[in-house]
Design a protein around this ligand. Structure first.
Ligand code: NAD
Length: 294
């Protein structure tokens, strides 16, 4: 099996390397030449465009920031559809607007291919270990064909429903994570402002009902004042904005997600867009004039 891989950023680079280690031939492309060369050093075939990366590939992976970049890589000049062979499968692993996944699948099938949306959760450490979780949308027979390759990059590989369901699931994930981080921030700032040691609060409650993967990942970062990403606030703004659009399409409000989106936008305006999303605690700290620390 020959793969094309477009988008070699924080997530895409280690994921492409995992495919190479599993023995697949991988044709790689990114806007950044250094990223192409880094993956080429591990056996990737360097390409000069998305079109070149897709040429002759059985499966074409994209791991790009958002909907506009995926549209560009697939549909525009020097894009995937200019070279994609009949029967090839496009697997978009980016977190994008689910309605765009549906739109893109139409274009890919019209050009003789198939498409799965397969966004991931897990972040850079799990991309490196090959243990991300894939939430997929598409036809079952197409999903079964790409599942073995996804299993080389991730641990849980789940088909949720038709095309777009993967990204709808990812939006659900991102709402839950965002609101959790905000709740954790709110609670930690309340404890700190009341003179109670936040590290002790965390130790006392992490094993109870309030404990969570989010708490164990993000409370230590807040206490260490370590806001290096991880997952950047600007990417979470992108996901929550996509969630607001998805909610609008079914005439629904997302009051909690909307509030956290406002907090994140304010942090971005204050120059913190590239910080980890655990920096939501800074929103509360600035309002209250206290710092959560050990
Ligand atoms: P990133 O910004 O590090 O990487 C994106 C890469 O795409 C960059 O290297 C950029 O040069 C390249 N690129 C952009 N447009 C391109 C184009 N048209 N053609 C070729 N290359 C192009 O982003 P990331 O952190 O790797 O995230 C990728 C996706 O995965 C996003 O949708 C993100 O929301 C999602 N995601 C990220 C994480 C995380 O922890 N970083 C976790 C889960 C999901």
């Amino acid at each position: 099996m020959r793969a094309g891989f477009i988008g070699l950023g924080i997530m895409g680079k280690p994921m492409a390397k995992n495919l190479l280690r599993a023995g697949y031939a991988v044709q790689v492309y990114d806007h950044h030449e250094e990223s192409i060369q880094e993956v080429a050093a591990e056996g990737g075939v360097p390409c000069g465009s998305a079109r070149e990366a897709a040429d002759g590939a059985d499966v074409i992976f994209t791991m790009l920031p958002n909907s506009p970049q995926v549209k560009t890589a697939l549909l525009e000049k020097d894009g995937v559809l200019e070279s994609m062979k009949k029967g090839a499968i496009v697997v978009d692993m980016s977190s994008i607007d689910p309605t765009v996944s549906i739109e893109l699948e139409k274009a890919v099938t019209a050009a003789g291919g198939e498409m799965i949306d397969a966004p991931v959760s897990g972040g850079e450490p799990k991309a490196i270990d090959g243990t991300v979780s894939f939430m997929c949308g598409g036809k079952e027979d197409v999903f079964e064909k790409v599942k073995p390759m996804l299993a080389k990059m991730g641990r849980d590989v789940t088909l949720v429903g038709p095309i777009g369901s993967g990204n709808m699931t990812k939006l659900a994930n991102q709402i839950i994570v965002a609101v959790n981080i905000a709740a954790l921030s709110e609670a930690m700032v309340l404890a700190s402002k009341s003179g109670v040691n936040p590290e002790n609060v965390y130790r006392a409650i992490r094993g109870g009902l309030a404990g969570s993967t989010v708490m164990d990942a993000k409370a230590p970062m807040m206490l260490d004042r370590n806001f290096n990403p991880g997952f950047r606030i600007e990417l979470h703004i992108k996901d929550l904005t996509n969630a607001m659009n998805a909610a609008k399409a079914v005439d629904m409000d997302l009051p909690m997600a909307e509030k956290v989106l406002d907090m994140m936008k304010q942090l971005q305006e204050n120059g913190m867009g590239k910080c980890d999303h655990s920096a939501v605690v800074r929103y509360y700290e600035e309002q209250e004039g206290v710092e959560v620390k050990r």
